[in-house]
Write a protein that binds this ligand. Structure first.
Ligand code: UTP
Ligand code: MG
Length: 470
């Protein structure tokens, strides 16, 4: 959580403003019971209308101040929360883009999507709530306690017994709730995973008439999510009545002891009313707590999941002193290269050595699964060889800046992929500043120019994700 809170730093001024406004609101809330006590003891009991009007007016004025502080506080809290979400998502996106294939094994796509959307939203919410009410609840409890002691310390003693009981109770609920909400987020991952898979395989599912099967599978994981969320929420809901019960018992004791003291006439009615007022305010604050705990538990689980991504170790990274590549002649050398995919035990390449001269055209032949694509993936360093080394122009790939290397390699994957955007944008993928005539020339070379001009808007035709509308 603390690691995530660092992201607030650029917006700390707004956060401080929100906190100050929250403190103003809080002060008014804490002053009100005192003023009520004053109105009763000095105004109503003394039959002095001017005192009632004066302090009543003061209360109205203070309430107005609190009201406007509250609205402005909301504005700043939302500002900080939204900006924080934006920064985290940006950082996550950058990190994910630098992931190697091994990292994607640890973080499946669906899980990354949940982390970048739902988990960030949870954190965003807790920051908003934090600036809006989270601190207010504990401060309201502490402030009420202090002021209650000042008003009448004997009556306030009851709080000293009740509050620790409530706090211990809340800590237990919080620990349990945290675990449960972490599991909720994992279940949400699974739902997204199943959803994504069935969307990707849509055509196959229809062709094989597997719709009912897919729906059943989805219902199953969706049901798990529902159950887990429900039991986590139930725990929180159950905490509420227990809390109210303890606080109401506390109020009954105050009334009882207050009555005894009133009879002994060493206390004024207004004082008892103030203390009761503080007790009800504490009750509200405590019940706010169970809500806060819920959001906090979720946000804590979410921020751990975000930090996991941000701190994931990337196994394919540039060395500190990576050489930049200005020109490339194009000599490729494999030296005793053996390779197995991360996490696999069998080698797909074993002790491969060859040298390709610049300008030479080489074809690699082999049966399916022989390892042709695997050899090629080692050249733009999509993976590192498990043993041995790959060289371009005599330089070990590990010593070369990865961006420079990849910029100089044209790569046509076995499985063609189109991105959502126009045909033109897809063509410019390998060279962002390509002119239209360059693109047309390339399209003609690839014998696809006619096909493109036959499309509705030619080169401007919009393609769906993965070129689904082609
Ligand atoms: P290749 O994908 O390199 O084989 O997989 P290939 O020669 O190009 O095959 P075709 O002609 O395109 O079909 C080599 C071995 O590596 C495994 C494959 O299962 C295969 O046994 N492999 C491939 C993985 O274990 N993980 C991968 O991500 C890719
Ligand atoms: Mg292949």
């Amino acid at each position: 959580m603390t690691k995530i809170l660092k992201f607030i730093k650029p917006y700390r001024v707004a956060a401080y403003i929100a906190l100050i406004l929250m403190l103003i609101e809080l002060s008014v809330e804490l002053l009100q019971p005192l003023l009520i006590g004053k109105i009763i003891d000095e105004g109503i009991l003394n039959n002095d209308m001017s005192v009632v009007l004066y302090w009543g007016g003061m209360m109205l004025l203070l309430s107005l101040i609190a009201f406007f502080s509250g609205i402005t506080n909301s504005y700043y809290a939302a500002f900080v929360g939204q900006n924080l979400g934006f920064s985290i998502r940006k950082k996550l996106m950058k990190k994910v883009q630098s992931f190697s294939f091994t990292n994607f094994n640890t973080f499946p796509h669906a899980s990354l999507i949940t982390r970048m959307t739902n988990d960030v939203t949870q954190v965003q919410n807790i920051v908003f709530m934090g600036l809006r009410i989270m601190l207010r609840a504990p401060l309201l409890i502490i402030g009420s306690l202090i002021l209650a002691v000042l008003v009448n310390w004997q009556l306030a003693l009851i709080f000293l017994i009740t509050i620790p009981v409530v706090v211990i109770f809340l800590v237990i609920v919080m620990t349990k709730g945290g675990k449960m909400f972490r599991s909720v987020q994992q279940k949400l991952d699974t739902v997204n995973n199943v959803m994504q898979e069935s969307l990707i395989g849509l055509r196959l599912i229809k062709a094989y008439n597997r719709r009912t099967h897919e729906v059943k599978k989805f219902m199953n994981v969706s049901n798990n999510l529902k159950e887990q969320t429900a039991s986590a929420l139930r725990l929180m809901e159950a905490a509420m009545p227990a809390l109210l019960f303890i606080m109401n018992v506390c109020i009954i004791f105050i009334l009882w002891i207050g009555r005894e003291q009133l009879q002994a006439t060493n206390i004024e009615v207004g004082e008892v009313v103030s203390i009761i007022n503080y007790a009800t305010r504490m009750t509200t604050a405590f019940s706010m707590f169970s809500f806060i705990i819920m959001a906090f538990s979720r946000a804590r689980a979410s921020s751990e999941r975000i930090v996991e991504v941000l701190e994931a170790k990337i196994d394919l990274e540039d060395e500190e002193d990576g050489k930049s590549l200005e020109q490339l002649k194009g000599a490729v050398t494999f030296e005793h290269v053996s390779f197995r995919y991360p996490g696999m035990s069998t080698y797909v390449l074993k002790d491969i050595s060859f040298h390709i001269r610049p300008g030479e055209t080489v074809a690699i032949l082999g049966s399916t699964g022989a390892g042709k694509s695997s050899i090629l993936q080692l050249i733009p360093r999509l993976y590192d060889p498990t043993e041995g080394a790959v060289y371009v122009d005599g330089m070990n790939l590990k010593d070369v800046k990865m961006d420079d290397l990849r910029k100089r390699i044209g790569f046509t994957p076995q499985e063609s992929i189109l991105f959502s955007g126009t045909v033109e944008e897809n063509l410019a993928w390998g060279k962002s500043d390509a002119t239209l005539s360059e693109m047309k020339a390339a399209a003609q070379d690839a014998q696809i120019h006619e096909t493109i001009t036959d499309l509705k808007d030619g080169y401007e035709t919009k393609l769906g994700q993965k070129g689904i509308n082609l």
